[in-house]
Design a protein around this ligand. Structure first.
Ligand code: SF4
Ligand code: SF4
Length: 308
């Protein structure tokens, strides 16, 4: 962010500007970015945007490297008077380098972090109920993509290439020498309408809405848009178990009853529900588990998962 860009944005204010904080100290921030000087540049950018009253939001991705500064980052956002979001979802780099995954929180920590937000807990309950009673989204269509990417939005990168979204960047289409309209109507729509090649365990899964698995994550982590990401699958099953949702069998799934990781997943759910996974000390948020306290998970096992 430079003075010139900040002035331009002030002249043409966008709907929102989001900046990711990687830490609240130079040491932590640059341990994660591995870019010397990036912490000071980030703070300078925030200052330039705030001075112009631009619609700034701050967010962070909690990792094993910076989680001890989540609370300080949140306080910094409060001091600035801007919204702050914290997520535990670390993706590979968009060039598919897997190096960021070394800093991922454990699935238990990701779900325990979710449970610090009452709105998120409530939403997971609603989504799990909806998925249980309605045919899963992926089973209703035969396309690889089922989201709004390429339908009501697209991403334009710094090289003038259009893609489905900022994460799905393995297939992009240049608009230089063509036009945005032509790319949108032709190449992007062909990609968006591509048919899936096979039935995976995701197709009939009834906890799809609790899961971050999507074509972008499949291609980033497995090199294949349709290949389920094990980490995301574990997190989704753990979420479902923690909120007491039923998980009907959906094929050859290692986290479902009978699967090789099912028992471990149930033990993780028990630990989250019994608050044995500490997130409060680094987020400053208290875990809220209003419904879980009445669920069978809370007393040492997941009744919903164990029942199928
Ligand atoms: S991240 Fe996944 S769900 Fe979101 S727009 Fe991209 S492909 Fe679709
Ligand atoms: S990755 Fe697992 S939890 Fe996620 S949609 Fe596929 S089967 Fe369901």
């Amino acid at each position: 962010m430079t003075e010139e860009i900040a002035d331009h944005l002030a002249q043409w204010p966008p709907f929102a500007i989001e900046i990711t904080l990687y830490g609240r100290t130079r040491e932590t921030y640059e341990a994660l970015t591995a870019v010397p000087g990036s912490y000071d540049r980030c703070l300078r950018g925030i200052k330039l945007l705030k001075e112009r009253n631009l619609p700034l939001k701050l967010k962070t991705v909690a990792t094993s490297v910076n989680k001890h500064e989540v609370l300080a980052m949140r306080q910094f956002a409060q001091e600035l008077g801007v919204e702050f979001k914290c997520d535990g979802q670390v993706n590979p780099r968009i060039d598919c380098s897997q190096s960021p995954l070394a800093t991922r929180l454990t699935p238990e920590e990701v779900v325990a972090l979710d449970m610090t937000d009452p709105k998120v807990v409530e939403e997971y309950h609603k989504l799990a109920e909806r998925d249980l009673h309605a045919p899963p989204n992926l089973s209703q269509v035969d396309t690889v993509y089922i989201c709004g990417g390429g339908v009501n939005s697209f991403a334009l990168n710094a090289y003038g290439e259009v893609g489905i979204c900022v994460i799905s960047q393995q297939e992009t289409f240049g608009i230089r020498g063509s036009s945005l309209r032509a790319v949108w109507d032709d190449s992007l729509q062909q990609l968006r309408n591509r048919k899936r090649s096979r039935l995976t365990k995701c197709v009939q899964c009834r906890i799809q809405s609790l899961c971050a698995m999507c074509p972008a994550n499949g291609e980033l982590e497995n090199g294949d848009k349709e290949s389920p990401v094990e980490f995301l699958c574990e997190v989704a099953h753990l979420r479902a178990a923690v909120v007491g949702a039923e998980i009907p069998n959906h094929g050859d799934c290692e986290f479902c009853a009978g699967g090789m990781h099912h028992a471990d997943m149930l033990e993780s759910a028990r630990r989250v529900v019994n608050r044995e996974v500490d997130v409060e000390s680094w987020t400053g948020f208290h875990q809220v588990l209003p419904i879980l306290n009445n669920s069978s998970v809370a007393v040492g096992g997941c009744g919903s998962c164990g029942s199928h």
